[in-house]
Design a protein around this ligand. Structure first.
Ligand code: FAD
Length: 433
């Protein structure tokens, strides 16, 4: 039997971009040719928790668009790309029947399901080496280690420590790299993956949607350009970020950040560019402040691991609830006693999106007024959100349930919040027809 060709694999997961992609940068430095791979994992896509799917139609559409955009950008660079639907370990096994896989380059993960998936691959490819990059973070773990022995419970402590001599790494210069390694024909063929592969019908974007999200690096960079340089909305971010209606009130970067279409480091450097060209004010700083929140939840989950999924959270704080299916159903359907909560719940059900103000209110209502198991609320968000991110979702839910990074355990007063943020009822009228 002829010897199998030695190759490396660039395994894309939640780093679906070219720009500032450390794994792409590193694999390009190797002598061996490589194959880029994306796998729509069948087991993951079909699994459910408390009756809620792991991924709903809004994020499924965004993900498909992101992978298509990546494919286009890789083709442009002449990088061979394999797109498959199936069990991750089976696909790796199939590739290893054609090629002698030496090393897998991918994004570093530490949450349970993601690590389980890597373990499955290790079972079928026990001798393969791994190169994992922390490029989902703004701060490097080494920088944070220099500043803090452990991650503090409070964001303010974390922020104040890391902001002293804040150093953000440079972007990995991947955009102009040219791939010129020979590679012979791949027998495995791409799967044609559509919404129906996930069991969803095609759908139109709701006319009242806050933003017409389009997945992929191209759409993410376009939004960045428009929010910063074309409209200069960045200059008024702090005053507008608590809005509820329309495209302008906050960056909407979360969806692209969650799938790694945009890197937080690129966003940071674009803010700095904006500050140098136009102005630096409280708003331009505040977007960095919010990106630090994102990192804070990621470093928290790195420290506490599976505890972010436990009922009593990272605080080991007794969380009591009274199971009531009707209360959960009313919340999901936007049929509670609060019109502000209902409008927000209808928004997420119809668009996959909800503002930060809305999320805080509906989560607080679920935990503190309806007194339900916060994890069920988090599962529902996991299915619905176009920008679902494991660290931010479970971190924020724990926070509002009083078992996470907020030891004060506050309750939001939805009526007061509606008066403050939706005095003219524009938002409620949009959804409560
Ligand atoms: C219960 C609950 C669940 C949430 N689940 C998610 C989730 O699954 N995925 C997700 O990305 N965000 C989540 N958030 C955080 C926040 O609501 C969204 O990041 C934000 O609304 C996205 O809009 P934006 O991109 O326009 O934000 P902007 O206001 O423009 O902020 C810029 C970026 O900063 C980060 N950021 C802002 N606020 C937060 C925050 N509270 N926590 C973490 N990062 C933040 C996001 O990456 C965001 O894109 C959740 C918040 C709550 C209260």
């Amino acid at each position: 039997m002829p010897e199998k060709q030695k190759i490396n694999i660039l395994w894309f997961t939640r780093d679906l971009r070219i720009r500032d992609n450390e794994s792409l940068y590193r694999i390009m430095q190797e002598d061996l040719p490589f194959l880029a791979v994306y796998i729509f994992d069948e087991d993951f896509l079909n699994s459910k928790q408390y009756g809620f799917r792991k991924i709903g139609k809004f994020r499924a559409k965004f993900l498909l668009e992101s992978v298509l955009d990546l494919e286009k950008n890789l083709n442009h660079k002449k990088i061979p790309f394999l797109k498959k639907f199936g069990k991750t370990q089976d696909i790796f096994k199939q590739i290893s029947e054609e090629f002698d896989i030496q090393k897998i380059f991918c994004q570093k993960e530490w949450t349970k399901e993601e690590v389980d998936l890597e373990n499955q691959i290790e079972k079928v490819l026990p001798n393969v080496k791994w190169s994992k990059s922390y490029t989902q973070l703004l701060l490097t773990p080494d920088f944070v280690k220099q500043k803090l022995d452990k991650i503090p419970l409070l964001f303010t402590t974390f922020r104040q420590k890391v902001e002293k001599n804040l150093t953000i790494r440079n972007e990995f210069g991947t955009e102009n790299l040219v791939y010129n390694k020979s590679f012979f024909d791949l027998k495995l063929k791409n799967n044609d993956v559509t919404l129906s592969s996930f069991g969803f019908d095609d759908f139109e974007v709701n006319k009242s949607s806050a933003f017409p999200f389009s997945g992929g690096e191209t759409g993410g960079l376009q939004r960045l350009k428009s929010y910063f340089f074309e409209t200069k909305n960045l200059s008024i971010y702090k005053e507008t970020r608590n809005g509820l209606v329309g495209e302008d009130y906050s960056s909407k970067f979360s969806a692209w950040l969650a799938l790694g279409n945009l890197s937080a480091v690129s966003v940071y450097h674009e803010i700095k560019k904006y500050e140098a060209e136009f102005e630096s004010n409280e708003s331009t700083y505040w977007l960095i402040f919010e990106l630090l929140w994102r990192d804070f939840f990621k470093f928290t989950s790195m420290q506490f691991r599976d505890k972010i999924f436990y009922k009593n959270g990272i605080l080991d704080q007794q969380y009591n609830f009274r199971p009531d299916q009707n209360a959960i159903t009313d919340w999901v359907n936007g049929e509670t006693n609060s019109d502000f909560i209902n409008a927000n719940m209808l928004e997420i059900r119809n668009t996959g999106w909800m503002s930060n103000r809305g999320r805080q209110n509906v989560a607080s209502y679920f935990c503190k007024i309806l007194k339900q198991d916060w994890r069920i609320g988090a599962f529902y968000f996991e299915e619905m959100l176009i920008d679902y991110d494991v660290h931010s979702n479970y971190g924020n839910w724990m926070y509002l349930a009083g078992v996470g990074n907020d030891t004060r355990s506050r309750t939001f007063n939805a009526e007061k919040q509606a008066e403050q943020y939706d005095a003219d009822k524009k938002f409620r009228n949009l959804w409560l027809k």
